[in-house]
Design a protein around this ligand. Structure first.
Ligand code: BV8
Length: 250
């Protein structure tokens, strides 16, 4: 969609232009236009019979490490060939324009970093890294190791993706960064997330309760958001460039 045709509410434009501190939370939707399936999409092909919540757990990995590892290898291969889209790049433009910018992502695909975003807070880790299931040590380029799953070079235990599974705590530093940004920002924008997974899903509400202006960018309207939240319905790959163009024309 041509971003010239997107109408951005003036209130959001003014808010962004005047903001001293902006926090953004992204979900799978911002990577959809890079060709990566979201969790709400029907899982295609081999994985049509599984729900992400049934594979993204330590118990599933212990029960069938090969199946879980292959699911992540399939997703890692897709992420490795995906490229950032205009939505990712628009966030790097905002980062350069506002005094204080925090990018919180639920995504594990590494596309924000590839687009040039600095200091991305990975709330749920990254499938581009692996770690020893036993010791937790992060292992570099797991593609260089063979096996389903590959073995830890130190203890020969199985490697797992360096992501946060359901039922696992988020990294303390990421959670803390998210809490500080949510409490201190003037503007909190939730982009491309269904808001189904906690604790990330509560950040928008917490920001509103702390007095921030709040906005949602999504192809569908999100229910039960804080009163006064500006919702812009449209693909983030078009909406975000239009927002940047409206806030900082020329
Ligand atoms: C925790 C990494 C404390 C892995 C992910 C019972 C037992 C245990 C825990 C719980 C429980 N009940 C509830 C919980 C908490 C649980 C939870 O929330 N469960 C849900 C299912 C109810 N959370 C946890 O377990 C978290 N840890 O709470 O620790 C604890 C500890 C022990 C016991 C209790 C509590 C950990 C959660 C992290 C899980 N890991 N990812 C991996 O990727 O495989 S979650 C994963 O799913 C993503 O990271 C993301 O968070 C979520 C998917 O959500 P979205 O990103 O929003 O994607 P989705 O497809 O849903 O939506 C896409 C949106 O984009 C849509 O709205 C669509 O309209 C929009 N869109 C599409 N295209 C576009 C677009 N928008 C704009 N432009 C477009 N072009």
């Amino acid at each position: 969609m041509d971003h010239e045709k997107i109408i951005i509410p003036a209130a959001l434009v003014e808010c962004l232009r005047a903001a001293k501190s902006v926090a953004v939370l992204t979900g799978a939707g911002i990577s959809a236009e890079s060709g990566l399936p979201t969790f709400r999409d029907a899982m295609t092909g081999l994985w049509a019979n599984f729900r992400p919540e049934d594979l993204a757990t330590a118990r599933a990995f212990e029960r069938d490490p090969a199946l879980v590892w292959k699911w992540y290898a399939w997703r890692r291969d897709m992420a490795a060939t995906a490229t950032p889209n205009p939505g990712h790049y628009a966030l790097t433009a905002i980062e350069k324009r506002v005094p204080e910018f925090t990018l919180l992502t639920q995504n594990v695909d590494g596309l924000h970093q590839l687009a040039g975003s600095c200091d991305v807070v990975e709330l749920h880790g990254s499938i581009m890294r692996s770690r020893c299931f036993r010791e937790g040590t992060v292992v570099g380029d797991s593609d260089a190791l063979s096996g389903d799953p590959p073995r830890c070079p130190a203890c020969r235990g199985p490697l797992r993706p360096d992501v946060v599974w359901f039922g696992e705590n988020l990294p303390a530093d990421a959670l803390n960064r998210a809490a500080v940004a949510t409490q201190e920002c003037d503007l909190f924008i939730s982009i491309g997330t269904s808001g189904m997974v906690e604790p990330a899903a509560s950040l928008l509400r917490l920001a509103a309760e702390a007095g921030a202006h709040t906005a949602v960018i999504n192809v569908e309207r999100i229910a039960n958001v804080a009163p006064g939240t500006v919702q812009v319905i449209g693909p983030s790959g078009s909406v975000l460039p239009a927002l940047v163009a409206a806030a900082w024309p020329g």
